[in-house]
Design a binder for this molecule. Structure first.
Ligand code: ZN
Length: 262
């Protein structure tokens, strides 16, 4: 009972927290012709195989911030579960100097991400998404990860490691894994970012997030509140409603808006 009260209290304290997806708003243009798009803007490009038959997730990390091997393998498994990529999904890890001091804004992630990536998101028949694991924190306290455009997200391991200290469980590795899958879930358009689900699983108090504590898209996964999960287990899987949304988007049963492709 006590842990439930604590969790509810924390929900209250953090309810004013800004979301972990989006950024500077609509109509985001990058350099030249390429559109940055919104998180979820390349959902169909991932879910379907007719435009892109393989996928690369580029993970660039500051020295000392390489994601755990379990994070990499779980991320790959989750993407393979939902995205139709007969040519395979590869994860490419590169130690990177982001040449950035201090806190990160969404614009920093978007612009430095574009400067440091190896290839464009729509690269022939290869879909490329880009995850940054930089040193430093997001500008808003208590945000462990952000998805900033259609192909780019960041995970802030300094804050992940700090979140671990609030509790003996879950471990920093578990939190890192959950936050990484959560941000990629936003790139997949979850929850209701580029569609309207017929299943009522979006938390009205936390737009873009699940109301199910057992979904990796549960709102608290993004926040420093993660260690107050009542069960002490942090979900790293999409739940049945998340998977049904993605299946309906892939089949065309649900209409996806704001797509950069097709
Ligand atoms: Zn989120």
């Amino acid at each position: 009972m006590q842990s439930r009260l604590f969790a509810m209290l924390t929900v209250f304290l953090l309810s004013g927290l800004s979301g972990c997806f989006g950024g500077s708003g609509d109509g985001i243009f990058g350099d030249g012709e390429e559109l940055y798009g919104v998180p979820g803007g390349l959902t169909l490009a991932c879910l379907r195989s007719d435009g892109f038959d393989s996928m690369v997730v580029e993970i660039d990390y500051s020295t000392g911030y390489q994601p755990d091997s379990s994070t990499v393998s779980t991320l790959k498994t989750r993407l393979q579960q939902v995205c139709d990529k007969p040519g395979g999904i590869d994860i490419e890890l590169t130690e990177t100097n982001f040449d950035h001091q201090g806190s990160w804004s969404a614009d920093d992630v978007r612009e430095i991400g574009r400067d440091t990536r190896e290839g464009v998101p729509q690269d022939g028949n290869v879909l490329r998404w880009h995850l940054l694991f930089p040193s430093g924190s997001y500008e808003n306290d208590g945000v462990l990860g952000v998805a900033v455009d259609a192909s780019t997200a960041a995970v802030f391991l300094d804050d992940v490691r700090e979140a671990e200290h609030w509790s003996t469980r879950p471990s920093a590795e578990q939190i890192e894994e959950a936050v990484t899958v959560h941000e990629v879930g936003h790139l997949l358009g979850l929850v209701n970012l580029v569609y309207q689900s017929p299943r009522p699983h979006e938390d009205p108090d936390h737009p873009g997030h699940s109301n199910n504590e057992d979904s990796v898209m549960y709102w608290a996964v993004e926040s420093g509140d993660i260690s107050s999960f009542i069960s002490n287990d942090v979900p790293d899987e999409f739940d049945a409603d998340d998977l049904a949304d993605l299946a309906d988007l892939a089949s065309g049963e649900l209409v996806a808006s704001d797509q950069l492709w097709p």
